[in-house]
Design a protein around this ligand. Structure first.
Ligand code: HEC
Ligand code: HEC
Length: 212
């Protein structure tokens, strides 16, 4: 019996540790998709509150690019997004806390906190970018952009880590688009011709979001 209770304790400890870990890893990429699906209609693409429904209903969605939101801690912003609002609230800001699980509130908050970052001005459809990335780039750059894809390991080539913000900040938008279109060095292929110009921007915008 003693054995069993030790086992049960370990299992619950592991479960707790995994849950805590899941919360510590906000995913702004999922967040950007949630934002596109649920928030753009009111808050607009750039977050300043000029979505089409805002005009139609004459409501004033908060300008999410303001310092008072951008300077918030991630958890606090997520709590604000998920905060309770009465159904009859004339502002129409939905009560996201009842619709989205906590991890998703964290993910969308993580995206909102990246909206004003100067290195994320590239306009591209990150949802399409993700599909392109998985198909054309992950084999070398790795699923999460760390440069550890299977093909890269097999042909023994090294490349930068897209998740390192300090590295990626040195790469301007122009350079990013140019490298993807025209290739670089011996192994980074030129994608122009295979991908349309729009698709290059989509995948570039997705690569940008990978930087933490
Ligand atoms: C139907 C329109 C609508 C949608 C959809 C919507 N919002 Fe809002 N939101 C508003 C309005 C209007 C306000 C301003 C509310 C106020 O003045 O009290 C607001 C306020 C906010 C605030 C500030 C809250 C505060 O107390 O200061 C945040 C943060 C926010 N929205 C985030 C989001 C996010 C993230 C999404 C998508 C998951 C979203 N909103 C979707 C209309 C909307
Ligand atoms: C066959 C492997 C391979 C594939 C597939 C590949 N890359 Fe690369 N990529 C590389 C290598 C190797 C480098 C490093 C080149 C160098 O620095 O000489 C690189 C460099 C880059 C850089 C430059 C980063 C910097 O720090 O300058 C970007 C951006 C990039 N790749 C994006 C992409 C995208 C987007 C795709 C998919 C459309 C893709 N790559 C597909 C191998 C690959």
């Amino acid at each position: 019996m003693k054995h069993l209770s030790w086992f049960v304790t370990m299992i619950s400890f592991l479960a707790l540790a995994t849950a805590a870990n899941a919360q510590e890893q906000p995913n702004p990429i999922t967040g950007s998709h949630l934002y596109v699906s649920y928030c753009i209609v009111c808050h607009g693409k750039d977050g300043t509150g000029k979505g089409p429904l805002a005009f139609k209903r004459h409501i004033k969605p908060a300008d999410l690019t303001q310092a008072k939101y951008q300077n918030k801690e991630l958890e606090d912003l997520a709590a604000l997004i998920g905060g309770y609002r009465p159904m009859e609230d004339a502002t129409l800001m939905p009560n996201w806390g009842v619709a989205l699980p906590k991890e998703e509130l964290i993910d969308v908050a993580a995206y909102v906190l990246r909206m004003t970052r100067k290195d994320l001005k590239l306009i591209g459809d990150t949802r399409r970018g993700r599909v392109i990335y998985k198909g054309a780039c992950a084999s070398c750059h790795g699923r999460f952009g760390k440069g550890d894809g299977l093909l890269a390991q097999l042909i023994r080539v090294e490349m930068g880590d897209f998740t390192k913000r300090t590295d990626m900040e040195g790469v301007t938008d122009e350079k990013l688009v140019k490298v993807i279109s025209e290739g670089k060095g011996e192994f980074m292929p030129a994608w122009a011709g295979t991908l349309s110009n729009d698709e290059v921007y989509d995948v570039a915008a997705y690569v940008r979001l990978m930087a933490k």
